[in-house]
Design a protein around this ligand. Structure first.
Ligand code: UN1
Length: 505
């Protein structure tokens, strides 16, 4: 259904319901467009240098109070945030769809991911355990204690406009750290909405210090302010490898922590024993879902010689028939690209692929409402892993190649400069285990019989090489948000020195 010209009102209604004050927007200079139709849906105020300095100072003042709050009580605030998110799921999910162009199912899924990480963090607030370590000296005990770190800066990307904040914020808050957030300049509305929900939770909590969570809408200069400020102890940044190359060294120069979640050029291998029905579904979602705009999107597919002829026509048929259109319509699977620059990047990559011997299926403009940029996802048969295949293009392009031996496929998987996610489709336990082993995939995520995208929050999320090395979300990722103290306690009456050193005065 084509509905043009109503999005601004729809966005305003949603923002009102979510508790965003008109003052946060009216008279603002930054235009926010919906990728659904390309139309303007709001203008928002931008933070200037003074706003950044003020937010960071307030966050630091909050830190001095919040770090003294027992961790399980900090968890109570995150529990309330989870309740607010549950109550607002429908509205916030739709706002994600309006602002980022994801299908409604994926917009709601993103909010569910926020709820899940809140639940996780609440449990974690009672499990910030340290180790007790055997001392080599008599009457001594060694232990580790984990303390709040300080102000955490979060820089997030348009494609997961709210979930990535929550992976960081839910953990940071239970760990005792305030959060200052610079959302993508393409998606400030969802950030303002999340901040409003946080404030509701904080009001119900009662005595949360002001400045515990804040949003700074703006461009590169806001990110630079976070990265440069001496009171920001950790910056968690999601985005391009180019951005990471600027952020990482700047943080290193002042010995602050960097948690980088950068590019991905994720591959899947379909082996001779693969269940091809399951492979087809796994590949289709991972490559075409979110219009190819996840950092975990499947971009390279290696098909064994023995399955190539059987599988490729089925995949081509899925590409030719996938439903593209308004992401608010329930049967749409592929929504719009985020902006014209994304289309340019896609067209450039397809032209390069043709030059490098590729045969392109799809990739043309598709029907959609208004000025939204809709494309048919592209499937490209490549003669080998040429330079364009090794370049991450943030668009729905899947390069398909052949292989004949698993070692060769693993080497191809690992040849990308990035190392985020990967998958193998096989029913051969040797192949599956090899892929997950030290000599298998070199990525932070290596899956068996599921695609590379759509990770759950329970595992650590992130990757190696040009992906940046950071880990967010589950497992022991919380440790990045705390400082570790090793305590050696002597409960004896003598002072033996370690390593048998003598120093008798
Ligand atoms: C991203 O694209 O930045 O694993 C994050 C996934 C999601 C997160 C993607 N849970 O696809």
């Amino acid at each position: 259904m084509i509905r043009v010209g109503t999005l601004e009102r729809e966005a305003r209604d949603l923002l009102n319901r979510l508790g965003v004050a008109d003052a946060a927007m009216s008279g603002g200079a930054r235009r926010v467009a919906s990728p659904i139709t390309g139309e303007t849906i709001a203008h928002v105020h931008e933070a200037g240098p003074d706003d950044c300095a003020r937010a960071i100072a307030a966050a630091h003042a909050a830190f001095l109070v919040w770090r003294q709050e027992p961790a399980p009580r900090r968890g109570e605030l995150v529990r309330l945030l989870g309740e607010e998110l549950r109550a607002a799921k429908a509205d916030l999910g739709l706002l994600v769809t309006l602002e980022a162009g994801k299908t409604l199912s994926e917009g709601l899924g993103e909010v569910q991911e926020m709820i899940d990480i809140c639940d996780y963090a609440v449990g974690l607030s009672r499990q910030l355990f340290g180790l007790t370590i055997a001392s080599e000296r008599p009457d001594h005990r060694m232990m580790e204690t984990w303390h709040p770190l300080g102000v955490v800066g979060v820089i997030s990307a348009f494609n997961f406009p709210v979930a990535v904040w929550s992976w960081n914020a839910a953990l940071a808050l239970v760990c005792g750290d305030p959060v200052v957030w610079k959302p993508s300049e393409k998606t400030p509305l969802t950030a303002l909405a999340v901040q409003a929900l946080f404030e509701r939770a904080a009001t119900r909590f009662g005595d949360a210090p002001a400045g515990l969570s804040s949003v700074l809408v703006g461009g590169r200069e806001v990110g630079e302010a976070l990265v440069a400020h001496p009171l920001v102890r950790l910056v968690s940044a999601t985005g391009s490898t180019a951005m990471g190359r600027a952020v990482g060294p700047a943080l290193a120069a002042r010995f602050a922590r960097a948690l980088l979640e950068l590019g991905g050029n994720n591959a899947a291998i379909a082996c001779p024993s693969a269940d091809l029905d399951l492979t087809l579904r796994g590949v289709a979602f991972a490559a075409m879902g979110t219009a190819g705009q996840r950092c975990t999107t499947l971009r390279r597919l290696f098909l064994h010689d023995s399955v190539y002829e059987a599988f490729l026509p089925r995949l081509k048929a899925a590409y030719a028939s996938v439903r593209i259109g308004d992401p608010r319509d329930g049967d749409t699977l592929v929504g719009p690209l985020i902006d014209p620059a994304a289309l340019e990047g896609m067209e450039r990559a397809l032209a390069d692929a043709r030059d490098q011997g590729g045969v392109v299926h799809g990739g043309e403009r598709a029907e959609g409402p208004g000025e939204g940029i809709y494309v048919r996802p592209a499937l490209v048969e490549m003669p080998g892993q040429t330079p364009v295949v090794l370049r991450e293009t943030f668009a729905p392009i899947l390069y398909v190649m052949r292989y004949s031996a698993l070692e060769e496929a693993v080497a191809l998987n690992n040849a990308a400069p990035q190392g985020l996610s990967s998958a193998i489709f096989t029913n051969d336990v040797r192949e599956a285990e090899r892929f997950c082993s030290a000599t298998g995939s070199d990525c932070g995520i290596a899956n068996v019989n599921i695609g590379p995208s759509g990770a759950e929050i329970g595992g650590a999320f992130g990757g190696e090489k040009e992906t940046g090395g950071g880990r967010e979300s589950g497992s022991d990722s919380w440790k990045a948000y705390m400082r570790r103290a090793t305590n050696t306690v002597n409960y004896g009456r003598t002072l033996p020195l370690a390593q048998g050193v003598k120093f008798d005065i």
